[in-house]
Write a new protein. Sequence first.
Length: 397
Amino acid sequence: MKLIESGNVAAATGVKLARAQVIAAYPITPQTPLTEKLSELVESKQMQAEYIAVESEHSALSVCIGAASAGARAFTATSANGLLYMSEQVHWAAGARLPLVMCVVNRGLGAPWTIWNDHQDSMSQRDAGWIQIYVNSHQEIIDTVIKAYRLAETCSIPTMVCFDGYYLSHTYMPFDIPEQKLVDEFLPSYRFKHTLDPENPENLNTVTMPYGRNDAEGVFRNGYMDIRANHHYEMRQAIQTFTDIDKNYEYLFGRGGNPLFAPYKCEDADYVAVVLGSLSNRLKDIADQLREEGLKVGVLSLHLYRPFPQKEIRDILESCKGVVVFEKSISYGYQGGVYSDVKAALYSSKNRPFVHNYIIGLGGREITNEDLASAIKQSGSTAEELDNAPQWLGLNR
């Protein structure tokens, strides 16, 4: 079945198909229509779930933490300062290894206040221990929400599905709705292995000593640092796990094949533009235009950002002459985060291409095709590092 609807509705439909049992919601633009749609689905009995309207984003994620701890499949969504208000619980959910899914509808942060799109919100939480996936279309939204539940439940690591506010959340595009029977086959019912059970009591997330020690039954339990190391190693394993999950999804639904990133004309490219989110759709057109002008350009749209698949990205990029990273966020006083990660991935390359960084579109600032094309051309003609300093596109000065 095909539907023409907004990206927020695509996300809500994915949550419904995943048979989420608890939805906790607090409205914030541009996420609000997503949770409103879920409330309609619950109220109309199209979805068997508890919908809990809370007083804040912090409470929304707290409810999901409680629900997941009790063994329920839980969901919430947020944007911008709402995600920041959740920050304490974002870290708690990751440390507790709860298989939650949350959509982050990307929007710039205040102050000063803005309701427009950039990626500073989710990027601010990239080191919190959640898996982060960025998507580029309504079809990817609905498919990735479903895959995210299987990934989170397989790895016991919460997962964010991030998509651009307005560019995807409010625009209308056609997308296929997966058949519920096949979704149930792909995503069977789940039981959290540490589900709260009065018959089998456990102490969870209590004060943990720096070093491991035996518990009351004489079983050795890891210390705090060991727990963190396990989280890290299992995050790294999630790269292969997500690849396997995507293969199974592609087998059942005929869509997938690029779980980590989506390369476009990268095989013979001299220069590759790297980007998160829906801007990749425009960059493909620009790459085609520049190829007509004799400049061989490709596009690499990153999907899985945390854990960062550096080996796979290095394999794609190390044969080109230069990499141009466009990003809608910045690590203040340094450079763009994606730029730092891409440079690190290429550090061990025998043929190390130069990497340039352009900061664009913060707070919804217009990004023109002319600016993007000019930046790629400028990078191609400069062909050297630009003092490790990000270049800014679209400034007033």
